[in-house]
Design a protein around this ligand. Sequence first.
Ligand SMILES: Nc1nc2c(c(=O)[nH]1)N[C@@H](CN(C=O)c1ccc(C(=O)N[C@@H](CCC(=O)O)C(=O)O)cc1)CN2
Length: 301
Amino acid sequence: MTLTQDAPARAAKSGPPAPQASLIVQGADATGIVAAVTSVLSGHGANIVSLDQYSDNPQGGAFFQRTVFGLDGLRAALPALRADLDRSLVDEFGLRYTLRDLSVPKRVAIFASKSDHCLLDLLWRHRQGQLPVTVAMVISNHPDVAEEVRSFGVPFFHVPCQGSDKSAAEAEHLRLLQGNVDFVVLARYMQILSADFIDRVGVPIINIHHSFLPAFIGAGPYAKAKERGVKLVGATAHYVTENLDEGPIIEQDVVRVTHAHTAGDLTRRGADVERAVLSRAVLWHAEDRVIRDGNHTIVFA
Ligand SMILES: Nc1nc2c(c(=O)[nH]1)N[C@@H](CN(C=O)c1ccc(C(=O)N[C@@H](CCC(=O)O)C(=O)O)cc1)CN2
């Protein structure tokens, strides 16, 4: 007869849940990193809520880890936590890390042009509480969506951008953003950003491209897809670099189409995919689930 003794039920902590933070670690893989992270966190009385890790080579390559932990008195503890993480992860292992209080949502600026489906989808999801961000503003090179954006209580700025010289528009963008956002989203914004702007804005920029990259880079992908006779159309959310539509991919998806679909049908079917892909990418970025590694990403979704 086997007697089993259930472990005594641990009494759940009463009161509000402890504030949570994300700790993102990346760098050269080595033995002992996980132990170092958990040792620092436990030494401060933190409770690990989730921990995801990826090493790209068992023989020693790159190390990526996302940890979410809860800690009462988190805000006051952050300086001492950083000091211990600096000593352990940076000085001992030569790693990079970010530590962020998840109760402070990232601030995002959304850029749009005439197609408004991705923009309005993000604003609707945000109003529903599905996107843990603060929408700081919407900027568009067309005035069409001004009233709808303002109906969500979000500031709207019309910054015209015609012709090849975009320097005046980009200068105005930088003035509006003025270091007051944590990332930018291009929600079908149809202007190519200069390398100078990308450098000076200084925060990640997420774009939704309306094709399953690397197919059909650039403008008019649905017309190109119809011409090619594809059986799938898709969308790709990626970080923006100066190389058009070639930045690190965050998320993709596709939908089936047939010979009977017109280019307009492809556009309409693709729009649903664009909205879903962009909202997932924005959510994952907002929750520190995406780690950039050169022109690739590691996504702990
Ligand atoms: N530096 C980058 N800028 C932008 C990227 C990028 O990856 N790197 N993505 C684009 C979005 N995009 C496709 O998803 C795209 C937008 C616009 C064009 C384009 O040819 N635009 C013309 C003007 C078109 C117009 O005025 O209607 C241009 O800018 O000269 C191609 C692809 C956003 N920017």
